[in-house]
Design a protein around this ligand. Structure first.
Ligand code: PLP
Length: 422
């Protein structure tokens, strides 16, 4: 905008934030180590105020700029911002079965992970594909590669992969399988921004990839998400699906005019309205400047905590990372071994009473969720690895702005509990 509000507003906003953090700490006093903490600051708020005061609150130039910079960061040709990671998953799935793209037919089988955030599965189902669960490796929390090989059958046309908790899947195996069986690959990177397998950033292995910028994720736009791909025709399909099937902002506007149709309101496909607001993109631009620091802090803190758990390997383990991978640590997921002398419930009750917030490893074995009773495709799979994660797994937060001594305090709490029980 024309008037620079920054000098006048920085100080009062900083004071407001300081005040709010005090109020916040009363609210969250139950947990000295909560699941997530805010990573945005004065700059993000100033950027959002700038959009408000310029009367540019709906998708505009900052969204386009954030998409450009995200593509640069991610190493993809195209990025399309949406209002959540779930919307990103949804548009990718709908693009696959859209009659214009002809990539997959409704009713085609797609292999899906059994431990993931559920909207990854709902999206393909809503788009008319038939999901088939693949088991989970409780060591990596990712797809069990042997079961993936086994599940590829004559009806399989695609794989929807997730790099859970920032841990890249072994993409050499997956890529070979996709080539051998001519399968379409899509990647859910909602928990893995910045992770790499053999030097390639995840999200660059398949046809299209989804990212989430929810509050607790690697970067936040409050709510928000992104789709990346390398094909401009496909990215225009995402733009159509993002906004009503409207030709605006796509190549279809430049094509031959259609008789009797005002090009300002031309609809060339169907679509939703899952556009982000300009304020979300304003946040995203600031967060993207800080993502490198967040990444290093999360990684170092994860390593610090791992050292505390290492002597207790026979009882519990952090997820295993492939030696050729760079994990973009999202959280601290732990799976108890079958030999563990105490129950998960006992441990979690203790941690919660000590002010440490805990959660299951996302939805656990998704096939065990009550919703599956309505959908026969989600029933009947034998998923022992996902069961192990369900029954013996949990996770703690991992904050990009935590001091290392907090991780030591966390490790010492585990250490004391284990020594009392063994
Ligand atoms: C693996 C995965 N996929 C999809 C999503 C959905 O993202 P959002 O919460 O932005 O809708 C999440 C959210 O946490 C996720 O972890």
């Amino acid at each position: 905008m024309n008037i620079d509000l920054t000098p006048a507003l920085r100080e009062p906003i900083q004071q407001l934030i300081n005040h709010a953090s005090r109020i916040n700490s009363y609210k969250t006093e139950k947990y000295w180590y909560p699941l997530s903490i805010a990573t945005y600051d004065v700059e993000e708020i100033l950027a959002a105020i700038d959009s408000l005061c310029s009367f540019r609150t709906t998708m505009w130039e900052k969204t386009a700029e954030f998409e450009r910079r995200f593509s640069f960061y991610q190493g993809s040709k195209e990025s399309v911002m949406v209002n959540s990671g779930s919307s990103a998953d949804l548009l990718i799935a709908f693009a696959l079965t859209n009659p214009q793209s002809k990539l997959l037919e409704k009713g085609d089988e797609i292999l899906v992970p059994s431990v993931t955030w559920p909207t990854q599965i709902w999206s393909v189902m809503m788009a008319g594909l038939r999901p088939r669960f693949v088991d989970t490796d409780p060591r990596t929390l990712n797809v069990d590669l042997d079961d993936l090989r086994r599940k590829i059958g004559p009806k399989t046309r695609a794989i929807s992969l997730v790099h859970l908790m920032g841990n890249p899947v072994d993409m050499s195996v997956v890529r070979d399988l996709c080539t051998k069986h001519s399968l379409v690959l899509i990647e859910d990177c909602c928990e893995s921004l910045g992770a790499k397998f053999r030097g390639t950033t995840v999200g660059n292995f398949g046809l299209a990839s989804s990212f989430s910028f929810f509050f607790s994720h690697h970067i936040t736009t409050m709510e928000g998400g992104m789709i990346t791909c390398n094909d401009p025709t496909l990215s225009d399909m995402f733009r159509l699906l993002r906004a009503h099937g409207w030709a605006r902002n796509t190549k279809y506007l430049q094509l031959d005019p259609v008789a009797d149709i005002d090009p300002r309101y031309m609809f060339v496909n169907w679509g939703f309205n899952v556009r982000p607001s300009e304020l979300q993109a304003a946040f995203g631009l600031e967060q993207l400047r800080r993502v490198g620091g967040f990444f290093v802090n999360r990684r170092d803190n994860a390593r610090r905590f791992a050292k505390h758990l290492e002597p207790h390997r026979d009882i519990m383990r952090l997820m295993e990372v492939h030696p050729d991978s760079e994990c973009s640590w999202f959280a601290l997921p732990i799976v108890l071994t079958p030999e563990c002398p105490f129950s998960k419930r006992e441990l979690l009750t203790h941690l919660e009473s000590e002010g440490i917030e805990t959660r299951p490893i996302v939805a656990g074995n998704l096939a065990r969720q009550p919703v599956c009773e309505y959908f026969p495709d989600l029933q009947g799979a034998d998923l022992p690895g996902a069961d192990a994660v369900h029954e013996r797994g949990f996770y703690l937060g991992l904050h990009p702005v935590s001091a290392p001594d907090q991780l030591d305090r966390l490790g010492e709490t585990f250490d004391r509990f284990i020594r009392q029980r063994t």
